[in-house]
Design a binder for this molecule. Structure first.
Ligand code: NAG
Ligand code: NAG
Ligand code: NAG
Ligand code: NAG
Ligand code: NAG
Ligand code: NAG
Length: 393
């Protein structure tokens, strides 16, 4: 299905692509002077959601992970890694593009998973996470200058008696409310689940899931738990929305995890909302592509495969405790406080927006028109913020 996809695009390399600068580690993280946050003037970020997208929420941190321009030449990332066909070897396989996916910049923010689980009566196929299922791909190619050239792929493939799957976790483990977005599409065979979600345990989890068994205009939006102790479905937990823009084309998917509500967006439109089991514990972003022969994913046909492809991920968030984390430090983490963008002060002095900006991923200082829309408790802060903006200008 990889080759099927690639053969559907034209062959001319756009000039813009050829002029792209060679890859550098700054692609994921700017250097420590500009820690991940592309506009260092911002001291907080506003996102509008809720009914009619009229309620502003404010967040302290911002991240933008861009996988669109990682090649330094045409044809560099055309070939997908070999299909994982050995259960025992799967967790130890190396990522094929270690220069990027095992770089310091990558490892500072992401962890590629290698866990596995056995089959059970309900989940009839054993599955194993393999680094070989996480890789960069490149269009072969478009001729369309506006089209992104590279993207991150998470793959799942069905072997004879197991499923190989892919999962990455973000290392910011103490998100406490987040607005997170990705530009993504899902292609391939039936029987897979592409997940983009916040997680800490099975009862504190907020999901976007694309099931390849579903029609292409259907997406599942869920706050866990979706089943009670006896295994019965909880009606309020999971919403299946249809007539959406198709998931096998690039769309922007978004979850707003707020204090009392969850909102889900597709492109500019709010497509679901829930106040059921809104997560209450510090969580982290997980992205995966999997199948286990259970009733949710279904069975993939032997030899089948499916891909979850991601152009970029953007998130603005608060943390529980310090941004560098209070507990459970990961000894492999290369995260420095500078890298994380520790705030000098708690106050929201300069309010920035991340939506409707000129350059995707680069927040912009908001106009004064926002002041009128801000609740009283924030009013003073915003006035101070806007004053300092005016002075700055
Ligand atoms: C980081 O960015 C600053 C400001 O742009 C620059 O002066 C510095 O040399 C950069 N450091 C590295 C290691 O690239
Ligand atoms: C984020 O933290 C700031 C500062 O504590 C707080 O005022 C704001 O309401 C928080 N936002 C969310 C969505 O939790
Ligand atoms: C890229 O496209 C060309 C022309 O369609 C084709 O010959 C070639 O096999 C493709 N490469 C890959 C790796 O799919
Ligand atoms: C799966 O089962 C095998 C024995 O059949 C056992 O050795 C292994 O530890 C189990 N793996 C997991 C992840 O539970
Ligand atoms: C979160 O986890 C706690 C247990 O640690 C649980 O009591 C709670 O129901 C979970 N879900 C929510 C939405 O709080
Ligand atoms: C998947 O296949 C297994 C074995 O053929 C079968 O027992 C199971 O019911 C299937 N699961 C689904 C969800 O169809």
């Amino acid at each position: 299905m990889v080759s099927k996809f690639q053969s559907t695009v034209a062959v001319v390399w756009p000039v813009a692509f050829l002029l792209q600068p060679a890859f550098s580690t700054e692609y994921i993280t700017a250097n420590s002077s500009t820690p991940l946050q592309n506009n260092e003037k911002c001291s907080c970020y506003v996102v509008n959601s809720g009914a009619n997208s009229e309620t502003p929420s404010y967040f302290q941190y911002h991240r933008f992970y861009d996988f669109r321009n990682l090649a330094d030449r045409a044809g560099q990332y055309l070939r997908a890694p070999a299909v994982v066909d050995d259960w025992d070897a799967a967790p130890d396989l190396k990522v094929s593009q270690a220069n990027i996916l095992d770089s310091d910049a990558w490892n500072a923010d992401w962890n590629i998973q290698t866990w596995s689980k056995n089959a059970t009566e309900d989940f009839t196929l054993r599955m194993v996470n393999s680094p070989a299922n996480i890789y960069l791909q490149q269009n072969n190619n478009s001729g369309n200058v506006g089209d992104a050239s590279t993207y991150l792929t998470l793959r799942t493939t069905r072997g004879e008696d197991f499923q190989s799957v892919g999962e990455i976790e973000n290392l910011q483990k103490n998100l406490m409310h987040v607005s997170m977005r990705m530009s993504a599409r899902v292609i391939g065979d039936k029987g897979a689940v592409a997940g983009f979600f916040t997680f800490v345990d099975d009862d504190n989890e907020s999901d976007i899931e694309i099931l390849t068994n579903d029609p292409k205009d259907v997406i599942r939006y869920t706050n866990q738990p979706s089943a009670d102790k006896d295994g019965n479905q909880i009606a309020a937990a999971s919403q299946m929305k249809n007539k959406l823009p198709v998931w096998d084309e690039w769309q922007t998917h978004r979850i707003d995890w707020l204090d009392k509500d969850s909102y889900w967006y597709l492109n500019k439109d709010q497509v679901a909302a829930s106040s059921y089991s809104v997560p209450r514990k510090p969580s982290y972003l997980v992205i995966n592509m999997w199948s286990d022969g259970g009733s949710w994913s279904g069975n993939m046909t032997e030899g089948g495969s499916a891909e979850f492809q991601i152009q970029w991920i953007e998130m603005t968030f608060n943390t529980s405790g310090k941004v560098e984390g209070l507990t459970d430090p990961d000894p492999n983490s290369k995260r420095s406080v500078e890298h994380l963008g520790k705030r000098k002060e708690e106050n929201c002095k300069v309010v920035c927006k991340i939506d409707d900006v000129k350059e995707l991923g680069t927040p912009e200082i908001v106009s004064s028109s926002l002041a009128a829309r801000v609740s009283l408790s924030w009013f003073a802060v915003v006035v101070v913020g806007l004053t300092s903006v005016c002075v700055g200008l």
